[in-house]
Design a protein around this ligand. Structure first.
Ligand SMILES: NC(=O)C1=CN([C@@H]2O[C@H](COP(=O)(O)OP(=O)(O)OC[C@H]3O[C@@H](n4cnc5c(N)ncnc54)[C@H](O)[C@@H]3O)[C@@H](O)[C@H]2O)C=CC1
Ligand SMILES: O=C(O)[C@@H]1CCC=N1
Length: 272
């Protein structure tokens, strides 16, 4: 398997499309080497005009590709696996699954082949090559794990983890985009209440969050070290922070992320 492989994304919704756009933007893949499938082809017209191949035939797309990315919802997966099982070939294909809550072994069993399945958990920032992507290949070769890591390193930061931590990675990094965006929205609303127009408050909150994240990414260390640099004695920051903590700020984040983690490990067997 080489980096020049052709890719089929079976089930191109929000995440599949963003993976394709990210890989094209980073220069990792030529759009012509990526085939996107979806049952409703009209919904993929904009990607065809950008040079991607589009199809509503999962079997044909899988046959042509070396890397098959499974991009449907967990509850839609069995139908796709039943379709492609007869054409999947251990010597040609590598299966990459972005599907939360379905193990690599379950996918292998359903395909009834001894084929390598690598789990990949990106987030929507892949569209701008800023994804945090977690990769698990507990039953895959080092060579294929390295190949997948190299591919996803072009669209952000890629980290190899054990598969049993995939639900936690899904909650922290993939759902995390929504969690951190909600904090930006709340901060924006506070800014508007204090007198800024919403577009001003949104720009201020977004750049401030970016600066906070970059302080940690570029300088390293624990967040509390940087927090100490902001909280002047008797100042407004500590007053605001303590008010937030009295109202359960850290606790709400921890509870929300860990609940999402539990749910991510159990998506097919829970109704709530
Ligand atoms: N949205 C996100 O931020 C992330 C999603 N994921 C995982 O990615 C997967 C997809 O999530 P989304 O893109 O959000 O869902 P989505 O519903 O937007 O995308 C799924 C797509 O698959 C298509 N589809 C369904 N059955 C099909 C079939 N038989 N053949 C071809 N296409 C078919 C649907 O029409 C839809 O466009 C899920 O398993 C989710 O757990 C993982 C990380 C992040
Ligand atoms: O909400 C979900 O289930 C999917 C997985 C992570 C992000 N979206």
């Amino acid at each position: 398997m080489s980096n020049k492989s052709s890719i089929a994304i079976l089930g191109t919704g929000n995440m599949g499309a963003y993976i394709a756009l990210g890989l094209s933007k980073s220069g990792m893949c030529d759009p012509a080497s990526i085939t996107l499938t979806r049952r409703n082809l009209d919904a993929l017209a904009e990607y065809k005009s950008q040079g991607f191949n589009i199809s509503n035939d999962n079997v044909a797309a899988a046959k042509e590709a070396n890397i098959i990315i499974l991009g449907v919802l967990p509850q839609q997966l069995n139908e796709v696996l039943d379709q492609i099982a007869p054409v999947v070939d251990e010597s040609k294909h590598l299966i990459v699954s972005i599907i939360s809550g379905v193990s690599s072994v379950d996918i292998q069993k359903k395909l009834n082949k001894n084929i390598e399945v690598i789990r990949v958990m990106p987030n929507t920032a892949i569209a701008i090559n800023q994804s945090m992507t977690c990769i698990a290949g507990d039953h895959a070769s080092k060579e294929n794990i390295e190949l997948v890591k190299n591919i996803f390193s072009t669209v952000g930061v890629a980290m190899v983890i054990k598969e049993d931590l995939m639900p936690a990675a899904t909650a922290l990094c993939s759902s995390g985009i929504a969690f951190f965006l909600r904090t930006i929205r709340a901060a924006t609303e506070a800014g508007v209440q204090m007198g800024f127009h919403s577009h001003e408050a949104l720009e201020m909150a977004s750049q401030t969050v970016k600066g906070a994240a970059d302080l940690l990414i570029q300088l390293g260390g624990h967040p509390e070290v940087q927090i100490d640099r902001v909280t002047s004695p008797k100042g407004c920051t500590i007053a605001g922070l303590n008010e937030m903590e009295h109202n359960g700020f850290s606790s709400a984040l921890i509870k929300g992320i860990t609940l999402a983690g539990q749910k991510a490990g159990n998506l097919l067997s829970q109704d709530k």
